[in-house]
Write a protein that binds this ligand. Sequence first.
Ligand code: SF4
Ligand code: SF4
Length: 411
Amino acid sequence: MSQAAQVNIRDMARGRGVFTGPDAPSDDDLATCVHCGLCLNACPTFRVTGLETESPRGRIYLMTQWKRGGLPFTEELARHIDLCLGCRTCEAVCPSGVPYGRIIEGGRAEVERLRHREARRWVARQALRQLVAHPGRLAAAGALVRVAQTLRLARLVPSARTLPRLHGRFRPPEVAPALGQRRYRVAFLTGCVMPVLYPAAHRASVYLLQLAGCEVWFAPGQRCCGALLAHNGDLETARQLRDWNQAVFGRESFDVLVVNSAGCGSHLKDFYPNLGRRVQDLSEFLAEVGLPEPRRQVALRVTYQDACHLAHAQRIRAQPRRLLHSIPGLHLVEMAHPDICCGSAGIYNVLEPQMSQRILDEKMDDLLKTGAELVVTANPGCQLQLEAGLRARGRPDLRVAHLAELLAQAY
Ligand code: SF4
Ligand code: SF4
């Protein structure tokens, strides 16, 4: 960090030098880092830059110094926080139990509170608050994109080019009955973007739950879980959504709240005190309760991309693979680094396109070496990012699918 950046007189005069807000990372959390450096090579931003300031240890050091008043708040310091993907790979490998996810969410909330307004981030925050957090508005936007795609107008808008072809949204009944004998009553999180972008993954997930003997309840009025907002420093709106959803899901009884999006599941487990203990990822739940014997062969060479918030935040790696191995005819071929982030990280690919692209390039090299015919993942952000990466490499033929879609093919 340059001397000029460290000494920002204007910020100091405004009292902007230290963490003071209610969401700042706690001293206890920051002190858990013993600076051993074992996380460095697991961190995607350190791997591509080789810079200590783009590593977990470096970021924790910067935040600690900032909190103690040893470093003033500067835009340069904020950039090191911005460039963190929030993938939590560091948390999974840390021998000291550093709660990095909590630290970075708090650090981001402070950065957003203190920094000068930046148009791009302001627009992103408003889009999350005004669009993603409102299912009706998001559905209307999805309908507009569908029309634009049909009229071939979507390619004129750069951000719409990265979207998959939309085919109508997922419209759940209030309850989907179990197929055969009812064994469980589960609630299902429909979420924000999944019903619009990947309705087939939702249909497949619900079908698998029904096959596993579940009556599936879709809590009316449920909204976005708030994960995207929390990851981008808007903890205030994330708390409002949490309180809303906890009330909505509290209206009826159920055994488990099943989630098929890794980022949402991780957020619910960590951030929803009244619901978190009853949340399970779809793969976690299905691997535990079991599915009937598959009826069909799916003769495909497949590779599996671990979504960060499944593998690192929820420590779920074996269950999706176990389910894939249960499909007759399927050949699972692993990447060298299936659990390294693809660079999607919510809306990171929009806010930090250059770093995201560098990380995606590494992922594409790894993925294409497998010779897979299909890529499987369990998070909409990863799916979008991998699809974009494959298009850019001239491989649109190589499909990306949610785990549930592939499993459902076997029935
Ligand atoms: S975050 Fe954990 S692994 Fe990384 S330097 Fe700190 S203690 Fe070591
Ligand atoms: S969350 Fe991911 S990008 Fe951020 S410091 Fe940890 S490993 Fe690196």
